[in-house]
Design a protein around this ligand. Sequence first.
Ligand code: ZN
Length: 384
Amino acid sequence: MDSHSPKEFLRFLKTRLPDMLATLRRFVIEESPSLEKSAADRCGGIIGKEWNKHAARVERISQKYRGDILRITYPPGKSRTSCQLLVLGHYDTVYSTGTLAKMPFRLKAGKVFGPGTFDMKAGIVQALFALQALQHLRVQLHKRLVFLWTSDEEIGSESSRKYFEAEARRSDAVFVLEPSFGRRGLLKTARKGVGETELIVHGRASHAGLAPQEGINAIHELARQLTRIEKWNDLRRGVTINAGIIEGGTRTNVIPEHARAVLDLRALRVSDMRNLEVRLHDLRAVQAGARLEITGGFDRPPLERKMSAALFARAQLLAKQMNVSLGECIAGGGSDGNFTAALGIPTLDGLGAVGDGAHSAHEHVLINTMPARAALLAALLASC
Ligand SMILES: [Zn+2]
């Protein structure tokens, strides 16, 4: 039934706010650092248990080094439809075990603080209550829902990537519950692609005083290359290349044999990303005898706005029905949404919590935004 207005979801979810906070507390007090499997698994167990209570089917996809991935399907039985929607998120955090002692779960001045509240355990809670709203209002879904909660997003998604990519390929749309941006909860309708490259210069060592003619100065060569590369920055197009680390040389009276730079690469368009990679690999040494070695490149493609435009328009419309104005922004950093969008699957990111301070001591969520965000997700899942 399409007749459910987002307002009905919101009305129900406002009554559930105390329970949302209690659930968030259970998820946050079980710390889940990406690099500590047993801790992460305990947290995954708690999250799975909550979903189990709500008639969803919870599977644990076991992982050798990272916390197990949770795959949750609703309705739980064999569904008549082959179409599905994917709701994607991660339950790992950047905080190692014991952080909770310095940064406890606490409510203060309309905010809820604690490690991983904003990025992104509140997003998982909002999804859980979105499902409850769908159930409470007996919404007949057009498509099967798959919720996938991974545990290594904060360290590059190396082990989960194949699972969520496979799931995304089977889906008509992907909703990513990463935090939104700013107090107004902007969705992230575009994300830059992100990469890293290392440029190593091999020269030839020699005594700077006795045999300068025999040396090839790797630092001088690197400096020339970097001045060339710097010109590739194009802020208007969202292309940036930043030399973040340089190293080289041994002593002032030695012509350095080696120098290296590590560069951060970002681009908003796939074409710009490819172009940067080609230019990097086409670099040639300026000095005779010097040799360049270039490794790395982009490891996350950009989430181009065209992949989220239609879903965003729909979200805006649904938000308007709740008297909420919904904005959008470009994020400079990547998420797993970059990967799903690159597969050609419509992806809407930043649907999670409203708050601030991800990865920092003041990480928090604005409490009274939680019902509306959950209602928005429920409305999207009901309408797609
Ligand atoms: Zn995140």
